[in-house]
Design a protein around this ligand. Structure first.
Ligand SMILES: Nc1nc2c(ncn2[C@@H]2O[C@H](COP(=O)(O)OP(=O)(O)OP(=O)(O)O)[C@@H](O)[C@H]2O)c(=O)[nH]1
Ligand SMILES: [Mg+2]
Length: 391
């Protein structure tokens, strides 16, 4: 599947940059000789942030500054309502830039990426998706990165209200919304920047096999059950998440494949990779709440047996009894087995419900805080009424 990636705000742009990297690798001689990202652009209200990533070309067609008049190139400081205003005013400029971008029309789908917790990305993504849906006859998917738990603390957390308003808006327009939760990724002793970069790498790595599988042209790497852009498109709807599990294969087990114990071991290894993929899903969910599931098994051709496929199918039917399940194989891996799992059309997501409830409370308490503050400020002003000014 060939993707046109658009990052908005700092987080979205960093992740679009990471998509640019996996594409460079997949196209390269050492990679797979396949193009999966036709182009990637970054949009921001903050000029400095547009200079902060490394791979997206640094010309004005790839790094797009919006709202220069309103935000003076300094961002919107977490106020996503301001970003929504800016993107509405920038519609013509943006659609000209994006629709005329190199290779836009060769893409099978567009992915727009932003954080929920910031201002620029969370305020703009819904409008941009809407704009693209009106102008383009391809699926438009959104990736929203959910904030860390520590950012959600406090009675006036922007991270919560921004994420909630962003999710509600983007869900109205996108063909599917991938939720990738920062809180599901490891925190390390490294600096915040390095840690975020590692998280971005892991988030984007989840999509690598999925996008490559249908683009594979070399016969020996084409699976028996091919997973192409059509399957991916059919498997994506509503709130969605993704995860990937990898298990190393010993050379010994591949050589001795005909031995019955080794055959058994292979299906256990694939099942183990699937279990890891479930544990590594980028959002906490109950599998039974999915209505569409896609599992892509990446393994050496010899390792994918009918027994293994049956086992995977049974496991998924048990865990996701109401879902349409698609399973494919991609015989590309050498020393390992990987499973990429898409869980889509989620009917219940506690994380999202809690976010909406908390946001509602915050909006209410913010109203009260504003009222009380106005009264206090008025009283303070009253206290100064007999004091002369120096104008
Ligand atoms: N995974 C990941 N999360 C990030 C990254 N950068 C920021 N975040 C998260 O994104 C949220 C902040 O959003 P940003 O993308 O920085 O904000 P923005 O869209 O640029 O908006 P403003 O700066 O407020 O104009 C917080 O929840 C951060 O934890 C990143 O590179 N990777
Ligand atoms: Mg920013």
């Amino acid at each position: 599947m060939k993707i046109f990636a658009i990052g908005i705000g700092q987080c979205g742009s960093n992740i679009a940059d990471e998509f640019y990297v996996i594409n460079k690798y997949s196209k390269s001689f050492f990679g797979r000789g396949i193009e999966i990202i036709t182009n990637a652009v970054a949009i921001n209200t903050d000029e400095t942030d547009l200079g902060s990533f490394r791979h997206i070309p640094d010309d004005r067609r790839h790094r797009i500054l919006i709202g220069a008049i309103r935000a003076h190139g300094h961002g919107v400081g977490k106020v996503n309502v301001e970003a929504a205003r800016i993107i509405r005013e920038s519609q013509t400029f943006l659609s000209d830039n994006i629709l005329n971008a190199k290779k836009f029309h060769e893409s099978d789908a567009v992915i727009v990426i932003a954080s929920g917790g910031g201002g620029t990305g969370s305020g703009s993504i819904g409008w941009l998706v809407k704009l693209l849906k009106e102008r383009v006859d391809k699926p438009v998917y959104a990736i929203i990165v959910l904030p860390f738990e520590y950012e959600e603390k406090g009675i006036t957390s922007y991270a919560v209200t921004n994420t909630a308003t962003c999710l509600k808006t983007v869900s109205n327009y996108a063909d599917a919304v991938f939720l990738l939760d920062n809180e599901r990724f490891g925190k390390t002793e490294s600096t915040l920047g390095v840690n975020l970069q590692e998280i971005n790498r892991q988030m984007v790595g989840n999509f690598y096999d999925l996008f490559c599988a249908g683009e594979e042209k070399r016969y020996k790497y084409v699976g028996s059950k091919v997973m192409d852009a059509g399957d991916i498109r059919q498997s994506l709807e509503g709130i969605t998440t993704i995860g990937r599990g990898v298990v190393a294969l010993s050379a010994f087990s591949l050589r001795r494949k005909e031995h019955f114990r080794e055959g058994l071991k292979e299906s256990t290894i694939i099942a183990e990779a699937l279990e890891k993929a479930v544990n590594n899903l980028c959002l906490t969910i109950e599998l039974e709440d999915t209505r569409k599931v896609l599992a892509l098994i990446g393994a050496p051709r010899k390792a994918v047996t009918l027994i293994a496929l049956e086992e995977i199918a049974t496991y998924l039917e048990d865990r996701c009894p109401k879902a349409v399940i698609r399973i494919g194989d991609y015989p590309r891996r050498v020393g390992e087995v990987s499973v990429t799992l898409l869980a889509s059309k989620l009917t219940k997501v506690e994380r999202v419900e809690n976010m909406y409830l908390r946001a509602e409370k915050i909006f209410k308490s913010q109203e009260e805080i504003d009222k009380e503050s106005d009264l206090k400020i008025k009283a303070l002003y009253e206290a100064s009424k007999n004091i002369p000014t120096l104008d």
